[in-house]
Ligand binder design. Structure first.
Ligand code: H2B
Length: 103
């Protein structure tokens, strides 16, 4: 049941695996701002993340301005956080770690 909404206990446990991400007060979304060396690195990150998103059939809300990418992850179908949000967050962390990310 990957698109089953996680309860508060499960969310707390999963949060420990994504320390670079923030959670909103209502525990409905994860967010992280990535900053890269330049636009090319930022867009490269987005391209690779897009392929993972398609594979998971789970898609980010995001915004790119030059070398910054703001990401928000939530599961619209569930109205909150599911395991898919954490899976995508971890995948994005790994992709960013292999690029010219600066912060
Ligand atoms: N992405 C996100 N973030 N939340 C969803 O609920 C969602 C999705 N649902 N990608 C998927 C697509 C669904 O619409 C398709 C039909 O599987």
């Amino acid at each position: 049941m990957p698109r089953q909404k996680l309860d508060s206990t499960a969310i707390s446990e999963k949060l420990a695996t994504v320390p670079s991400w923030d959670i909103d007060a209502g525990e409905t979304a994860l967010s992280r701002t990535f900053k890269f060396a330049d636009f090319s690195e930022a867009f490269g990150f987005m391209s690779r993340a897009a392929l993972v998103a398609e594979k998971l059939d789970h898609h980010p809300e995001w915004k790119n301005v030059y070398r910054t990418v703001e990401v928000r992850l939530t599961t619209h179908d569930a109205g909150g956080l599911t395991i898919l949000d954490f899976d995508l967050a971890i995948a994005m962390d790994h992709i960013a770690a292999g690029t010219g990310r600066q912060h």
